[in-house]
Design a protein around this ligand. Structure first.
Ligand code: PMP
Length: 397
């Protein structure tokens, strides 16, 4: 039965990670994977997480099943973090949340939920988008199409083309929008563009699906959720998928959440039964660890304050490197305009290099980035930034 299976291509980022690992060059630089690294190039466990884990060890008295919706206290914290603690949808019992294995789990549950609500729905994603978005929705049997988003010429948002595409999307379809820190381009919607997006969602009747994998990595926790909150004030239904991988540094613990905002509390009850039966048919119940850790942090004023501080450190370190890249490239005599880097947000920057330049960076300098020239800025630090800038300057010549 297995003999007829054909090998499938693996995600290029995994190949890149493997090649980086095997590269003996002591100066090698990994800008591929979207994981935060500190000045020492290390992805450390946050102190607030360490303390919450100690608390868990002390307090946990059972390993019984956690239930299909997961940790109810965690779910409420996630709703408050995303929507704000007194959002009208939360107060009116219109939100249904399930904690999921990572943001990926949230998206997969959302996909199966959409398939139940409207099997004919097309899910519209940005051009480009995180590659896994496409596979996740297709795996649930949904059609996936792209709407214009990033303009490779201007290195900004393809605003008019985007709104022209959105204006044609019919009711019953789903439009995926990145809440902040767009992966891969780093180009986010301005508040005015969120307003226009919201108006179109109302006029056309499509359902927004907001993917928020980087809350707190752009401008701040509330700032990064401003677009989502505006949208949630105006439309009657939406889907939110969130992740604690980046902002709590809990990557391998696989913790995220899916929230469905319904028109009213009666519909939210129906939504809940459907959402939970989707969960039941995929993995039955989520793993508890990450949710308990996040709950311990957000239940405690001190640990929450520590988390804000550690999150701000990560955000500020990445942001400070945006200007530094521009300055260091200029210092290497690069004349091209890289000012667009400071207009991008979050973990990534699209440098706009050609495939040949990216290949040369890898073979001649052991500088690793994905083929789109998306770089994970946290891979840079004071020990490698000059080497990186010199390498980029030489391939640009
Ligand atoms: N959405 C986007 C846009 C992402 O970039 C990622 C992580 N790369 C996810 C969702 C999923 O994150 P997680 O690791 O929590 O599954």
């Amino acid at each position: 039965m297995f003999a007829d299976l054909k090998a499938v291509a693996t995600d290029p980022i995994l190949g890149l990670m493997a090649a980086y690992k095997e590269d003996p060059n002591p100066n090698k630089v990994d800008l591929g994977v979207g994981v935060y690294k500190d000045e020492q190039g290390h992805t450390a466990v946050l102190n607030c997480v360490k303390q919450a884990e100690a608390l868990r060890l002390k307090q946990e008295d059972s390993k019984t099943y956690i239930g299909m919706a997961g940790d109810i206290n965690f779910n409420l914290h996630m709703e408050k973090l995303a929507f704000g603690s007194s959002h009208k949808a939360l107060l009116a019992d219109r939100l249904t949340t399930a904690h999921t294995p990572g943001g990926t789990g949230a998206l997969r549950v959302a996909a199966e939920f959409i398939k139940r609500a409207n099997p004919d729905a097309t899910v519209w994603v940005t051009t480009p988008t995180w590659a896994n978005h496409i596979s996740l929705f297709q795996a649930a049997g949904l059609k996936v199409k792209e709407y214009a988003y990033y303009d490779y010429e201007t290195r900004g948002l393809n605003e008019e083309a985007m709104f022209a595409d959105l204006a044609k999307i019919p009711a019953g379809d789903v439009v995926l929008v990145h809440a902040c820190c767009h992966n891969p381009s780093g180009m986010d919607l301005t508040f005015a563009q969120w307003q226009r997006f919201t108006e179109l969602a109302q006029e056309r009747g499509f359902t927004p699906l907001v993917d928020m994998a980087y809350q707190g990595f752009g401008a701040g926790l509330d700032e990064d959720a401003a677009g989502l909150r505006h949208l949630a004030d105006a439309v009657s239904e939406l889907i939110l998928c969130s992740s604690c991988s980046k902002n709590f540094g809990l990557y391998r613990d696989r913790i995220g959440a899916v929230t469905i905002m319904s028109q009213n509390s009666a519909q939210a009850q129906n939504v809940k039964t459907n959402l939970l039966s989707v969960v039941r048919s995929i993995y039955s119940m989520p793993p508890a660890h990450g949710a308990i850790v996040v709950s311990h942090i957000l239940d405690s004023t001190e640990l929450t304050a520590l988390w804000y501080q550690e999150l701000a450190e990560m955000r500020n370190r990445i942001n400070s490197y945006r200007q530094l890249i521009i300055d260091k490239l200029a210092a290497q005599g690069v004349e091209q305009d890289f000012s667009f880097i400071t207009r991008q947000h979050g973990m990534f920057s699209f440098l706009g290099l050609t495939k040949a330049q990216i290949a040369q960076l890898k073979t001649d300098y052991s500088v690793y980035m994905v083929d789109s020239s998306r770089v994970s800025i946290a891979g840079l630090n004071h020990s490698n930034i000059d080497y990186f800038a010199a390498a980029v300057a030489s391939v640009l010549k």
